[in-house]
Design a protein around this ligand. Structure first.
Ligand code: NAD
Ligand code: UD1
Length: 337
């Protein structure tokens, strides 16, 4: 059944891809975004992809009046809450900003939803809630471990939502713990668009392939992994977006919440990512081995069976497709698109 969905942070990387997937599934989508980390061209790009007008509200998720007006006028059935700050290093330097946006924003949103009687929410969480996990692949039952203020906000968000559901069973929340989102939409009209020098591997490699950065630093090759470099479970952002559609539809059809990892269940090392990106871009990718990055985790790989059982979620795209779509997107952007 078609529903009306509010996407907070829907102009961002994962939100924009989820918008496309929701519209393709027949839903009616409203975006709320303050463009603090999104380009103003995104709504128009979304129209090009979907062939439908983008309903875009510019505003801050911390503003109760904006939210009250949206719930009053838009007949929202459910919300996907992407709006957050997400840079780990920045969160160590400016923790209050992270508590303000990630916790304050969530609290304000939940108040507005409660007042409107809208109690279906999908929450963007992260594998970072596991800190350094004892086991890889990591199951949803692994304990929370905060490594930095960003991770702390995701743990606190999940806990708040757990207490809310305990207090009122009319709430149904889908908590999605993303592993490492990568790649871009096949149209090359939307993708990850870091404004500064990227911290994450795939966007950094993309900039080296474009010639905008001279070389990749591989942060350590002495981990207990097959080639000594860090291993991650990269998930194509289009697969991830589809996971949100399944999560929402599950919440709306059953009224029951869930907590699931969204990953592929397969890990790739830093050197494997560089090799795959070299194949996709046909560019030389110079790299040097440097010291480990402080606070880094050797291996993050999802146990992916719960998402399959609860949501029927399976990933369809592998690392080569992530690198190829990323390369198409960054080349398109560099060409001024
Ligand atoms: P993003 O920065 O591209 O998207 C976030 C969007 O929220 C941006 O468009 C930004 O302008 C908007 N926003 C920020 N603060 C806002 C506010 N106060 N009011 C309204 N809009 C606001 O990030 P993303 O990669 O798409 O991440 C989306 C969500 O997924 C975040 O909650 C993030 O923590 C989580 N997550 C991301 C990753 C990842 O690797 N990208 C991994 C795990 C979890
Ligand atoms: C990082 C965050 C994590 C967040 C995730 C998604 C840290 C410590 N962790 O995770 O909390 O949820 O991003 O936003 O920042 N690497 C290099 N060279 C680089 C960049 C990365 O070798 O220039 C390596 C890393 O050591 C790691 C792998 O590549 O082994 C992936 O790194 P990254 O893309 O930053 O993701 P995470 O470390 O998983």
């Amino acid at each position: 059944m078609a529903s009306r969905i509010l996407l907070t942070g829907g102009a961002g990387y994962i939100g924009s891809h989820t918008h496309v997937a929701l519209v393709a599934a027949g839903h009616d989508v409203v975006i709320l975004d303050n463009f603090s980390n999104a380009r103003r061209a995104v709504p128009e790009r979304l129209e090009q992809i979907t062939g439908k007008p983008t309903k875009m509200i510019e505003g801050d998720v911390r503003d109760p009046a904006t939210l009250a007006a949206i719930f009053k006028t838009q007949a929202i059935d459910a919300v996907v809450h992407f709006a957050a700050l997400k840079a780990v290093g920045e969160s160590m330097a400016r923790p209050l900003d992270y508590f303000d946006v990630n916790i304050g924003g969530l609290t304000t949103l939940l108040h507005a939803m409660e007042a409107a009687g809208c109690r279906r929410l999908v929450f963007s969480s992260s594998a970072t809630v596991y800190g350094v996990p004892d086991e890889a692949p990591t199951a949803e039952t692994a304990p929370f471990r905060a490594m930095n203020p960003y991770g702390q906000t995701k743990i606190m968000g999940e806990q708040m939502l757990g207490w809310l559901q305990a207090a009122n069973p009319e709430w149904a929340v889908g908590i999605l713990r993303y592993f490492n989102p990568a790649g871009a939409h096949g149209s090359a009209l939307i993708g990850e668009d870091p404004r500064d020098i990227p911290n994450n591997l795939m966007p950094f490699v993309a900039k080296v392939a474009l010639g905008e950065l001279p070389r990749i630093s591989v942060f350590g090759n002495d981990y207990d992994t097959p080639d000594g470099t860090g291993v991650r479970d990269y998930i194509h952002v289009e697969d991830l977006a589809r996971g949100h559609v399944l999560s929402l539809e599950k919440l709306l059809s059953t009224g029951q919440g869930h907590v699931v990892n969204l990953g592929t269940g397969r890990g790739y090392s830093v050197l494997e990512v560089i090799a795959a990106y070299r194949r996709a871009s046909n560019r030389d990718l110079p790299h040097v081995i440097t010291d480990r990055r402080p606070g880094d985790v050797p291996i993050y790989v999802a146990r992916a069976d719960r998402a399959a059982e609860v949501l029927g979620f399976q990933t369809e795209k592998g690392l080569d497709e992530m690198c190829a779509s990323s390369w198409k997107w960054v080349s398109n952007m560099a060409g001024g698109a």
